[in-house]
Design a binder for this molecule. Structure first.
Ligand code: URP
Ligand code: ZN
Ligand code: ZN
Length: 466
């Protein structure tokens, strides 16, 4: 099967150029300048996607999603089927989700559960990180086995005591193991022990509304934990990746480590670039829609996060997609903010939202592609299969209309959740055609995908290590 994407502007981290893109079966086979002899040869027997006036992008790679995550007595409401479909609508063609090790169980048991959930249910390709909630010598050996099987990154939590939390010693031990295998240790960097004290004190004062989720998780406790995670990784000699970074102080800790030449990396998420603690403080229980951890911060942090994206101290924008219905799920915390399941719906809107940053001059077009597709693929061992349009790469491609206007709403989004944190927000720019390994998933604004199409991706290690 031959497909030609004709007349579009191919965007990469290196720049943008008019280019004809030829796909055969699952792969990109050639690019050529329009009007060239080579381009003329592409047409024979090809289905043509007319892309004049449109951008041709490598499919976006979201390295932080939680489909069906058990959390706070309930489950994230997107299944792999609904979540990967929504991702494709928004121009994402690969997700890396988190398999969870339950305390006392081998890593393999958790991974098998998540592989079974995903298998046969994904419209796009997927990989897994492993959440380690129980570090011991046996588990460290298992980490090495998983690296050999393509699960090359492990998330550890300084937050959520009693659930997913690990002590500094446990995190340090996992980092030592990663230093040997080349695995990346991802850290949820909030001081959960101090936060739990603040939460108990707030509840004892009768402070039960959603906004107290934010006041009991102050930004300094993220900055402190980030600095600690980076220091532990430095001593252990392991690559460290700070997930969902939200604050100026935490960013400074990462930037300082990077200036010192450490393998320290970080991501932020659209909710920290576009939403704020004002949303969490909305009237009544409305703020529950915005409860996630780390919490939404004061608007002042946003300009610094954009700066971090420009300077590469923030390397990636991922979503931390973890949706819960407002009705019955977020409502579990109606009388007590600490019982509101943590997480927001986001997987569908990352590409469009960050494109608003391009329009506003916060990042360039090339940087937009880099933070959404190329860097996540490189950081998590998927490049050059994913994250680039080049001969030999998987034909994961988004044909993007940079002038399409649309309004984000729960009534039109495709995520399995009854509200949108961006309800009524008009954005400019939208994916029109989305291909996953050469197969159409979105065809001129229509879903034509297949839940049996997506394949598990065995990943290599981080390609940025110094
Ligand atoms: O609020 C969040 N972020 N929920 C998902 C779990 C996590 O900590 O990433
Ligand atoms: Zn987290
Ligand atoms: Zn997460």
């Amino acid at each position: 099967m031959r497909t030609l994407i004709s007349g579009g502007t191919v965007v990469s981290p290196a720049g943008a150029a008019l280019s004809e893109v030829l796909i055969e079966d699952e792969r990109v086979v050639a690019l050529a300048a329009p009007g060239s002899e080579m381009a003329a040869s592409f047409c024979a027997g090809a289905n043509v996607i007319e892309a004049a006036g449109l951008l041709v992008l490598p499919g976006a790679v979201d390295v932080h999603t939680h489909m069906e995550l058990p959390f706070g007595g309930t489950y994230a409401s997107d299944t792999f089927e609904t979540g990967t479909r929504a991702a494709a609508w928004g121009g994402t063609t690969t997700i890396v989700d988190f398999a969870v090790q339950r305390k006392g169980e081998p890593l393999r048991t958790g991974l098998d559960v998540w592989l079974a959930k995903a298998e046969g249910n994904c419209a796009i390709d997927y990989g897994f990180h492993m959440i380690v909630s129980d570090v011991n010598e046996q588990i460290c050996k298992e980490m090495d086995v998983l690296v050999g099987e393509g699960v090359t990154s492990f998330k550890l939590f300084m937050a959520y005591p009693g659930v997913l939390y690990s002590t500094d010693g446990e995190i340090f031990r996992a980092m030592q193991q990663a230093a040997q295998s080349g695995a990346t240790i991802m850290v949820h960097a909030e001081n959960g022990i101090a936060i739990d004290v603040l939460v108990s004190q707030a509840l004892a004062r009768g402070e039960t509304a959603p906004r107290f989720h934010g006041t009991t998780r102050p930004d300094l406790l993220e900055a402190e934990a980030t600095a600690r995670a980076v220091a532990l990784a430095r001593v252990a000699g392991a690559p460290v990746y700070i997930v969902h970074l939200t604050t100026t102080g935490a960013l400074e800790a990462v930037a300082e480590a990077r200036r010192a030449g450490q393998n320290a990396f970080a991501e932020t998420c659209p909710q920290y670039l576009f939403l704020s603690s004002d949303d969490l403080a909305r009237d009544g229980f409305e703020g529950a829609k915005y409860v996630c951890s780390p919490p939404l911060r004061a608007r002042e942090h946003q300009a610094n996060l954009w700066r971090g994206l420009r300077t590469d101290d923030l390397s990636i924008v991922s979503t931390d997609h973890c949706p819960f219905f407002f009705k019955e799920q977020k409502e579990l915390g109606k009388e007590d903010f600490s019982k509101i399941p943590n997480g927001l719906p986001a997987v569908e809107h990352r590409v469009d939202l960050t494109y608003q940053g391009v329009r506003a001059g916060e990042i360039t077009l090339s940087r937009w592609v880099e933070v959404n597709a190329t860097t996540p693929a490189r950081m998590f061992g998927l490049y050059p299969k994913k994250g680039v349009i080049a001969p030999g790469s998987d034909a994961d491609i988004v044909v993007y209309d940079p002038n399409a206007r649309h309004t984000i709403s729960a009534s039109s989004h495709h995520m399995n959740v009854d509200y949108s944190t961006y309800e009524g927000r008009e954005v400019i720019g939208q994916a029109r055609w989305v291909l996953s390994r050469g197969r159409l998933v979105i065809q001129d604004g229509r879903y034509v995908g297949d839940k049996a199409h997506g394949r598990f991706l065995a990943r290599g290690t981080n390609q940025y290590l110094l």
